[in-house]
Design a protein around this ligand. Structure first.
Ligand code: DOR
Ligand code: ZN
Length: 351
């Protein structure tokens, strides 16, 4: 008897954190996200950053121009929070039909964070307005503190007396998404707060530790920020992701950079996972014997947080080997190397 391959069909998932980039780079990669996901949160860390409704609308128009005319992909635009963001800016964003959140980039901590504030406390009028209108605040949760070890910045941000605990204590209704969590402290923070505090999990952070970045030679394609941490952190993320708790949902933080910009004396941070992210997640859910929980994490909890319906389309994954390509076209003469390039994943997307 010929056994049918194992399959799983879920509503089309949402990527609640990805970097679309711009121009020819965006044109080269956007379909990797749009062909898998129903929609997703488009990060605003362009140069210059997307800080106004007008800039976001123009960015959205450029993005949609890269997709087929009949695409159903929903780009969920975000604005970049700065120390200069006013309550009026937030009210204008809330009125627009296509802006879903503000994103906090701690100054100097990651790609395109030069215009960010050095602390959420520099953004209090805007944060109060966000709470007022129910606009989610998405945080890159790392403390800006000269000399603080890179390993401790996220632990400190989410710690007992850290920045976010104090902000939330003063804004009890504020909706916050703790983006690309990498530590036990971040996971505990989300678990220990109400339904208005959620967190996204990338495919790499429940899978790798700092050893996969540094042991036996530097692996630039495993380097992203916040940086992968210790085994206990990896395990906490893996457990949170596969627990079925609706506070944790899918956000790949897929962040393409050219090979030359990563394999460099000062390499850029970011793992490129858009094409195979769903396969990576499915592999981990199967490992946890929790494939029945993939749909919640990937397709349901994210849109629920943002007040969107689940997709009316489905996608099917098949238990069939997928070979991750060595590279994809990105910029002229400067391709992007995906996370886990050249490796095999035991789940594929059905044709
Ligand atoms: O690794 C990262 N890459 N982390 C970020 O926060 C930004 C992102 C990017 O835009 O490249
Ligand atoms: Zn990101």
């Amino acid at each position: 008897m010929v056994r049918k391959p194992k399959t799983i069909t879920i509503r089309r998932p949402w990527d609640m954190h990805f970097h679309a980039r711009d121009g020819e780079a965006m044109a080269a990669v956007i379909n990797h996200t749009a062909s898998v996901y129903a929609g997703g949160i488009v990060m605003p860390n362009l140069s210059p950053p997307v800080t106004t409704v007008v800039m976001a609308e123009s960015y959205m128009t450029r993005l949609m121009a890269c997709l087929p005319a009949d695409t159903k992909f929903i780009p969920m635009m975000t604005l970049y929070l700065t120390a200069k963001t006013t309550p009026e800016d937030v009210y204008a964003a809330a009125k627009s039909a296509f802006i879903y959140a503000y994103k906090y980039y701690p100054k100097g901590q990651t790609t395109g964070s030069g215009d960010g504030a050095s602390s959420l406390f520099q953004c209090l009028p805007a944060i109060a307005a966000m709470q007022d209108v129910g606009m989610p605040l998405l945080v890159h949760g790392e403390t800006v503190h000269p000399g603080m070890l890179i390993f401790n910045k996220e632990r400190h941000f989410y710690g007992m007396n850290g920045e976010l605990a104090r902000i939330i204590a003063a804004h009890l209704e504020l909706k916050v998404s703790c983006e690309h969590m990498t530590s036990v402290e971040a996971v505990d923070f989300v678990k220990n707060h109400g339904a208005n505090i959620v967190g996204t999990i990338t495919p790499q952070h429940p899978d790798i530790t700092i050893n996969d970045v540094l042991e036996g030679g530097i692996k630039p394609h495993n380097y992203c920020l916040p940086i992968a941490k210790e085994e206990a952190d990896r395990q906490a993320l893996f457990d949170a992701m596969t627990s079925g708790d609706s506070k944790f949902f899918l956000g790949t933080d897929s962040a393409p950079h050219g090979k030359l910009d990563k394999e460099s004396a000062c390499g850029c941070a970011g793992c490129y996972t858009a094409p195979h992210s769903l396969m990576l997640y499915a592999t981990m859910f199967e490992k946890a014997n929790a494939l029945d929980r993939l749909a919640g994490f990937a397709s349901e909890y994210g849109p629920k947080f943002y007040g969107l319906p689940v997709s009316d389309e489905t996608i099917t994954l098949v238990k069939k080997d997928y070979s991750v390509p060595d590279s994809y076209e990105f910029k002229p003469g400067n391709p992007v190397i995906p996370f886990r390039f050249g490796k095999t994943i035991p789940w594929s997307i059905a044709a």
